[in-house]
Design a protein around this ligand. Structure first.
Ligand code: PNS
Length: 162
């Protein structure tokens, strides 16, 4: 049984991330989406909210589960007995950033190798920042997230506006 770990901030998880999960499923037996905290980032959504959104996004997919972690990726990798880390790459900027992360993770855990999956052209323009901007502006993020997440984000934004 091979287990792929797909870690990230997922602030929030988009259909681009979902495409990577589906393609990882065609390569590995099991996929764990790990919603994490990057100390260098400030989040609009709490870890719990980001986990909930990831669960709504992968709902119905067999062989996929979501975990939230406040620890280090390399430790989670061992705890789950994962075989590989999978990251999606949209462009050169992503690649440069992810290669640094991958090198750091590998230097601190020689088992924790990262495999990069190139994002399909259709998903190149999709990013979590744009989703947050649209929701803040009161516009629909439907093109970027699954319907259940769009509903979740709009309800959340309506609540915080009260
Ligand atoms: O794409 P992101 O948002 O940077 O993904 C977050 C995460 C934690 C997967 C990434 O930053 C990473 O691989 N970091 C390696 C160091 C680590 O495990 N940090 C967690 C505590 S700071």
């Amino acid at each position: 049984m091979s287990l792929a770990l797909i870690p990230g901030s997922f602030d929030p998880m988009t259909v681009g991330h979902l495409d990577i999960v589906k393609r990882a499923l065609s390569l590995y037996d099991e996929v764990v989406v790990a919603v994490m905290i990057n100390d260098q980032k400030n989040y609009d959504l709490t870890l719990e909210e980001r986990v909930k959104i990831a669960e709504l996004t992968v709902k119905g997919l067999d062989r996929v589960r979501v975990v939230g972690s406040e620890g280090l990726l390399i430790d989670l990798f061992d705890q789950l007995s994962a075989d590989v880390i999978v990251k999606g790459i949209r462009n050169e900027k992503d690649r440069a950033y992810e290669e640094k992360m991958a090198a750091w993770n590998l230097a601190h855990n020689p088992r924790a190798m990262t495999v990069f999956l190139q994002a399909a052209d259709d998903f190149e323009h999709i990013n979590s920042t744009r989703v947050r901007e649209l929701v803040r502006a009161g516009e629909s993020p439907d093109e970027f997230v699954v319907p259940a997440v769009s509903e979740y984000l709009r309800a959340r934004s309506a609540r915080s506006a009260i």
